[in-house]
Design a protein around this ligand. Sequence first.
Ligand SMILES: NC(=O)c1ccc[n+]([C@@H]2O[C@H](COP(=O)([O-])OP(=O)(O)OC[C@H]3O[C@@H](n4cnc5c(N)ncnc54)[C@H](OP(=O)(O)O)[C@@H]3O)[C@@H](O)[C@H]2O)c1
Length: 251
Amino acid sequence: MDIDLKGKNVLITGAAKGIGRGMALAAAGEGANIALHYLGSEEAAARTANEIKEAYSVEVHLVKGDLAKIEDVTKIKDELDHRLGGIDCIVNNAGFSQMKSFFQYKPEEWKQEVDVCFYGVLNLVHTFMPEMIDKRKGKFVNIVGDSARTGDKHLIISAAARNGSISFLKSLAQEVGKSNVQCNTVSFGLINHGSLDFNEAALEKIAKQYPLKRLGKVEDVTGIILFLLSNHADWITGQVISVNGGHSMLG
Ligand SMILES: NC(=O)c1ccc[n+]([C@@H]2O[C@H](COP(=O)([O-])OP(=O)(O)OC[C@H]3O[C@@H](n4cnc5c(N)ncnc54)[C@H](OP(=O)(O)O)[C@@H]3O)[C@@H](O)[C@H]2O)c1
């Protein structure tokens, strides 16, 4: 199968490092021009952009902003309109979660998770999708963790916010399908990109819970993203696709 993203302008959020970095490199490898978004990881973002430029003949533009703030998202769009002439596809990979029991939260601590994991999606869609609708072509892929589908007592707020984003994208898919815009969610199991907040012993213990007996690697999840951005996925919308080593099996 030829995943051809040549000439497509793809915005990947939270792409300085970790999984987002892997997605940006993989999409550039298929010929996409990359709008590489970051918030605080400026040096890592510049490094990733340079890596892409050295390896592939595509355009790469760095954009910075807080996705929880609509004014930042608007600024990102203005900048990308000017520099890339618009965005064809978005992978919203940015996320913010805190691992603790609900009763350890102070009320002022949960808002940021909802602001990034739920309102961030609305901010991106409201700002970028009208142009996709006008052009009658566009793809929006939102990243969540399986906790958004199964619940997780340690990720209780981000899981709830992301469950909301799943429902939002299904409803949206119903509205924008007539304009040939596809909206899908990709749900990950634990992906070890080298800087998870677990020690080796804990990671080994978690890996044993997976039917495939290992945690995910960044390369395990980039393929589905490339596929969903490609023309091969033109008839797939409103779906939630788990890439999770079999950890949860939802009907
Ligand atoms: N790693 C896993 O095992 C796993 C499992 C399930 C789901 N996921 C999801 O997969 C995605 C990538 O995971 P990851 O572990 O590579 O990275 P991550 O550390 O969870 O987050 C990715 C990026 O989100 C950005 N971000 C946070 N708050 C933001 C805000 N207000 N506005 C804009 N950007 C913001 C940060 O960018 P800066 O660094 O530039 O500030 C961060 O690097 C995340 O959405 C994560 O929740 C990961």
